[in-house]
Design a protein around this ligand. Structure first.
Ligand code: UTP
Length: 292
């Protein structure tokens, strides 16, 4: 089984739920505690052994492209001022020259359309897809867990999580034939089913390891739920040929594509930081007293 070396980050969505902030700032650049969302996604990919990074961007997302590059003037100023820790932080936010690629999606025709644009860049090997909106707090980074499980399988793999019945119709949902621990043998996938038609309680969240055979289906450009070209539909169409596994990862996923999810994630990630947690606990107590 070949190593998963490449990851695609679809970041071409409009981010309407974060207007007016996203009028001039890409959603993926909004800071969760002190790092932009996209940094969490790239760090997770690196921890899983990813070496090449493709960002599917859209007009107006130039800030994303410059984020991973060098900033010689700032680096020089920090070096002159002896600010070693700030320099270290900057280095963490850089991708080595030649490792990051950008492809523009001119119209937001859907996640499937965004991934279709990666076909030539991907080539012949399995590749990962990370949606930066979904941020996972876990012991082992979610994609690293998937890469490990995928090594033994070699089919398409989608990350899944248990979703309450009143929210399941917002997700792609897997039909599970059999579960073996975290790994689920999937016999069908359906995008945004009505709650009473959902084939299971497991929704697909923003991590995938896909085989290039998915592109033959994406290329057809078939419109699905919401009139968009859906990635779930292309994976479903390839199920008979390549097989699909669900993977119920360990960890908590936060939907940072929605405002409540982003606020929830901000509290959780701040609590996980030793340098911030005590101040946060004090602030929470103060709020309770003020509200009483
Ligand atoms: P969302 O469904 O969250 O859409 O996309 P959005 O446009 O980003 O946000 P809202 O709903 O307007 O607030 C899920 C993921 O798919 C990408 C998004 O960038 C996000 O990572 N996407 C979606 C694309 O890259 N292209 C598309 O055409 C649609």
């Amino acid at each position: 089984m070949t190593k998963v070396r490449k990851a695609v980050f679809p970041v071409a969505g409009l981010g309407t739920r974060f207007l007016p902030a996203t009028k001039s700032i890409p959603k993926e650049m909004l800071p969760l505690v002190d790092r932009p969302l996209i940094q969490y996604a790239v760090d997770e990919a690196r921890a899983a052994g990813i070496e090449e990074f493709l960002f599917i961007t859209s007009p107006g997302k130039a800030a994303l492209e410059s984020y991973f590059g060098a900033v010689p003037l700032l680096e020089h100023q920090l070096a002159q001022a002896g600010k070693a820790s700030a320099l270290e932080t900057l280095a963490m936010a850089r991708l080595p020259e030649g490792c990051a690629s950008f492809i523009r999606q001119d119209s937001p025709l859907g996640l499937g359309h965004a991934i279709a644009l990666a076909e030539r860049w991907v080539g012949d090997d399995a590749f990962a897809v990370i949606l930066p909106d979904d941020v996972v707090l876990s012991e082992t980074p979610a994609l690293a867990q998937m890469v490990e499980a995928h090594r033994r399988l070699g089919c398409h793999m989608v990350a899944t999580e248990h979703v309450p019945a009143d929210r399941i119709s917002a997700y792609g949902v897997v039909d599970i034939e059999q579960a073996y621990g975290s790994v689920q043998r999937v016999r069908g996938l359906v995008e945004k089913p009505a709650a009473h038609e959902a084939p299971s309680a497991f929704g697909i969240v923003g991590r995938y390891i896909l085989q290039p055979s998915v592109f033959a289906h994406l290329r057809k450009g078939t419109r699905g739920s919401g009139g968009e070209i859906q990635l779930t539909d292309a994976i479903a169409a390839d199920l008979a040929q390549t097989g699909v596994a669900g993977f119920a990862f360990e960890g908590t996923r936060y939907d940072c594509g929605s405002v409540p999810g982003f606020v929830d994630a901000t509290v959780a990630f701040a609590q996980a930081r030793a340098d911030i947690a005590p101040k946060l606990a004090q602030a929470a107590k103060d709020h309770v007293y003020k509200a009483a």
